[in-house]
Design a protein around this ligand. Structure first.
Ligand code: SAM
Ligand code: SF4
Length: 372
């Protein structure tokens, strides 16, 4: 991973970079890029640590963890979220990781962000292990929504995918989330030969409980670099699997920048059962309508999950930079966002691959380290 300091390695006492920033960048306003996209949706990684080891995300032995003092503190997170909402037009903030529930001060972080003058919508993406004892406090602190990752309802398959036998703990967390929050979304990644044929059962379970399920295509962000385009489960296959049990029809509601393509789910008699979403980042990319900006746990701005560079905000913040400087650095980082992630840019026809020369290189950081 390369950290880009935008050509300003030296920070004078006030923390103000002393090297010129690109002249064509916007000096005021929101997080606009050269292609006219505006980022209003911020993902903040609160930690790189996790209590699961999902095969598509982490290696079995885990990853070296960041030193504690290089991870943003509660005050630093709230300060940067404040800059994003007040100066940069961010409207939604999602806390993620790693596993955000591993932060002891999560409730306080939520409370402080909810008290910001321009309060953003606040949500959490979690594996829900331990959520049962914290869901009520999180709602009281101001959390608006929860997304829980759940790939299967079978305990053995869960243990295979997550490399931890924690299905019951995740389900307890989901129960608590359902008691406290109006809308619970479930995220699932399907892996061929492991849980692909669990998709319809998982959807039926979610529909019965009023949860909105979203299937996410597996992306090449795993630590093991085992992602294989030929083996990954595509959105088309997910539709096919679900089609064996349900009728899916495209949702009329505008997508409005959401990563998931949504479908209304009907039973064999045409009765409406609910909705399902499919996030087809690989086979049907939505980069042209991307509205996301990301902060890593170390306070680096990433303009894309697949970016190879980051812009450090935490260093300048700790060196005394004021909010105007931090906003300027953030705007500059997003101004450089690429048109697309390049996974569909193979130069070899329509087939996707990640071989050298295919137009795509897997970032050095994994999903857990970036903040998914
Ligand atoms: N630990 C929390 C969780 O699992 O919900 C938050 C972080 S996790 C990185 C966020 C989301 O990324 C999860 O829904 C997970 O399933 C998804 N994810 C992780 N690795 C992925 C990959 N290689 N491709 C697609 N989605 C992935
Ligand atoms: Fe942990 Fe979430 Fe990655 Fe699974 S997907 S290893 S729960 S960060």
């Amino acid at each position: 991973m390369t950290t880009v300091s935008l050509g300003m390695p030296r920070l004078p006492a006030a923390g103000v970079p002393d090297v010129a920033l690109p002249a064509d960048r916007p000096a005021t306003g929101g997080l606009v890029d050269r292609f006219g996209r505006v980022a209003t949706d911020l993902r903040v990684s609160l930690t790189d640590r996790c209590n699961l080891r999902c095969t598509y995300c982490m290696p079995a032995e885990g990853l070296p963890t960041l030193p504690k003092d290089s991870v943003m503190t509660r005050e630093e997170i709230v300060r940067l979220v404040g800059v994003a909402t007040r100066d940069l037009g961010v409207r939604q903030v999602r806390f993620t990781g790693g596993e955000p529930l591993l932060r002891r001060d999560l409730v306080e972080i939520v409370r402080d962000c909810a008290a910001l003058p321009l309060r953003p919508e606040l949500s959490l993406t979690t594996n829900a292990v331990g959520l049962d004892s914290r869901a009520a406090a999180l709602r009281e602190a101001g959390l608006d929504r929860v997304n829980v990752s759940l790939d299967t309802l079978d305990p053995d398959t869960f243990a295979t995918l997550a490399r931890r036998p924690f299905l019951a703990r995740t389900l307890a967390g989901i129960d608590a989330a359902a008691r406290e929050f109006d809308l619970v979304k479930i995220n699932a990644v399907l892996v061929r030969g492991v849980n692909l044929d669990h998709a319809a059962e998982l959807l039926a379970w979610c529909l019965e409980r009023g949860f909105e399920l979203r299937f996410i295509e597996q992306m090449p962000l795993d630590a093991d670099h085992a992602w294989d385009r030929a083996a990954m489960v595509t959105a088309a296959e997910v539709r096919e699997q679900l089609g064996e049990r349900f009728a899916l029809e495209p949702d009329e509601e505008p997508r409005d920048g959401a990563p998931a393509e949504r479908f209304v789910v009907r039973d064999a008699h045409g009765g409406r059962l609910g909705r399902v979403g499919i996030i087809a980042s690989v086979t049907e990319p939505f980069c042209g309508d991307c509205r996301r900006t990301r902060l890593t746990a170390e306070g680096g701005v990433r303009d894309c999950l697949f970016a190879h560079t980051e812009t450090d905000l935490l260093g300048p913040l700790r060196a005394g930079a004021d909010d105007a400087v931090l906003a300027d650095l953030w705007r500059t980082a997003m101004w450089g966002k690429q048109a697309g992630h390049g996974m569909d840019d193979t130069g070899s026809g329509t087939d996707l691959d990640t071989r050298p020369g295919s137009g795509f290189t897997q970032p050095a950081r994994t999903m857990s380290a970036i903040g998914g």
